[in-house]
Write a protein that binds this ligand. Structure first.
Ligand SMILES: Nc1ncnc2c1ncn2[C@@H]1O[C@H](COP(=O)(O)OP(=O)(O)OP(=O)(O)O)[C@@H](O)[C@H]1O
Ligand SMILES: [Mg+2]
Length: 456
């Protein structure tokens, strides 16, 4: 990658300005993509941009500051240069605080802008080269786009996942409904040794009880009434690949015995046959129940539990993921906007608050649905989210907290987490942004049991 191939995404509502700047940049050897407004640029941008963004601040539809926040959420390593009005020092300081790479005051000399863009491009080159290197090493850049999230728990989950993907150890994925267990299971397969084999999901909860055994192990012709021909089961079908037993907590006890035997012996027997067949699969299971409680209640076999749970991955509920709520919302909104060809509407801070304090019983799936409804809604930007969330959660204060004090505490906790995430654990930057003296900051960090190292 060389500077000559770098791209400049130029956003300015002033057509003359756009054309003139684009011309200088092209003469200087950049590829230039121009947009008259930020939402249309957002619809096209993603984390792979081999270039930098230059944007005017004062624009209709979405201003440069809101655009900057969206770009930061999309890719915090994307350099954004803002064009501010002459003498607007406050705006310039604010832009830098919120993560702009640099700013330039109007009117400016072409050379001044070129110099900034050159530095920004060099930085971008380094970031992309590093990402390439990392992705070649372990696929991590790619997984960040599949299992999205920047909170410490999700970053930890991604690195644990990559650590164990290339082993054959059975994995149990635990997490509430809609948290992303299936996404994790797919990643385990795709980054594993068996990625060229099949990924075979079996939803133990959705198959009628009398069919599960035949579904898993297959049957011979005539094994039972209606078995008019031989059928191979999922175990055989998954040979050489990964078998994903979803909702394993719902598996009937007699079948648990058979599954345990198959896993111990590494062989299965089709119903109606006597001949054992060797199996070679990687087993990944998932559950939204507490399996140890199920064991204690006699509904799940403890020996099977230990057999399928050699490694456990826990996918945290959305309400524990702090800033990821807005990150994922932005992601799903821009995806839906592209799919349905609708404009991206920016969130007001009050609406962001609504998202942050919602309980999210349906986790990421619920958030994704809400983001889609948000994009498709015909209400005004301010009315959309209250209307949609109201219909998802009609009663109850969203967090389940009862007192005002507790709500404020929770909100303060979230704001701190978000700021730490944004500044990647840079305490000085967080204190500045939130205008907190060091002592107060330290008190709050220890009150909420936060550790800056978790955000590096
Ligand atoms: N971290 C994530 N990044 C991007 N998309 C996600 C993430 N987590 C979940 N999703 C999306 O949210 C939806 C629900 O995820 P998934 O089906 O994996 O949840 P689950 O835990 O298996 O839910 P259930 O227990 O109900 O089966 C899917 O559309 C998935 O693509
Ligand atoms: Mg699932």
């Amino acid at each position: 990658m060389t500077r000559k191939l770098m791209k400049v995404v130029l956003v300015d509502d002033d057509a003359d300005m756009r054309a003139a700047t684009a011309q200088w940049l092209e003469l200087a050897g950049y590829r230039v993509e121009t947009y008259a407004d930020a939402p249309s640029a957002l619809a096209r941008l993603d984390t792979t941009l081999e270039g930098v963004v230059v944007s005017d601040v004062r624009m209709p539809k979405m201003d440069g500051m809101a655009f900057l926040a969206r770009l930061n959420a999309l890719d915090p390593d994307l350099p954004v240069v803002l064009i501010t009005a002459h003498g607007d020092v406050q705006m310039a300081v604010k832009a830098m605080r919120q993560g702009a790479y640099d700013f330039i005051e109007k009117p400016f000399e072409p050379d001044e802008l070129l110099e900034i863009i050159q530095r920004a491009s060099e930085k971008r080159c380094l970031v992309l080269e590093n990402r390439d290197l990392r992705s070649r090493l372990n696929g991590s850049a790619d997984i960040e786009r599949r299992l999205i999230g920047d909170c410490p728990a999700i970053r930890r989950l991604r690195s644990e996942l990559l650590d164990i993907a290339e082993t054959d150890a059975p994995v149990l994925i635990q997490g509430e409904t809609g948290t992303g267990k299936e996404v994790v299971a797919h990643c385990l397969h795709d980054y594993g040794l068996r990625k060229t084999g099949r990924f075979v999901p079996v939803n133990c909860g959705a198959i009628p009880e009398n069919m599960v055994e035949s579904e898993l192990f297959g049957h011979e012709r005539g094994a039972f009434t209606g078995a008019d021909r031989r059928r191979i089961g999922r175990f055989e079908y998954a040979e050489g690949g990964t078998m994903f037993l979803d909702e394993i907590g719902t598996m009937p006890l007699p079948l648990q015995v058979k599954l345990l035997r198959a896993l111990q012996e590494r062989e299965i027997v089709r119903i109606g046959s006597n001949e054992p067949l060797p199996i070679d699969i990687r087993l990944v299971s998932a559950t939204n129940r507490q399996l140890l409680d199920e064991c204690a209640a006699g509904r799940f076999r403890e020996d099977l539990f230990y057999r399928i749970n050699v490694v456990e991955l826990r996918v945290p509920p959305l309400r524990e993921r702090g800033g990821d709520i807005l990150l994922l919302f932005d992601y799903f909104v821009s995806r839906a906007a592209t799919t349905y060809q609708r404009p991206v509407v920016s969130l007001k801070s009050t609406a962001a608050n609504l998202l942050m304090t919602h309980k999210w019983p349906g986790n990421v799936r619920e958030l994704k649905n809400i983001a889609e409804r948000f994009v498709l809604s015909s209400l005004s930007a301010d009315e959309r989210l209250p209307a949609i969330l109201g219909s998802f959660c009609p009663s109850q204060p969203a967090t389940g907290a009862s007192s005002l004090q507790e709500l404020l505490r929770q909100h303060e906790h979230l704001l701190l987490e978000q700021a730490l995430t944004r500044h990647r654990g840079d305490v000085q930057a967080v204190m500045e942004e939130l205008d907190l003296p060091r002592r107060t900051f330290n008190e709050k960090m220890s009150r909420y049991n936060l550790d800056r190292k978790d955000y590096f």
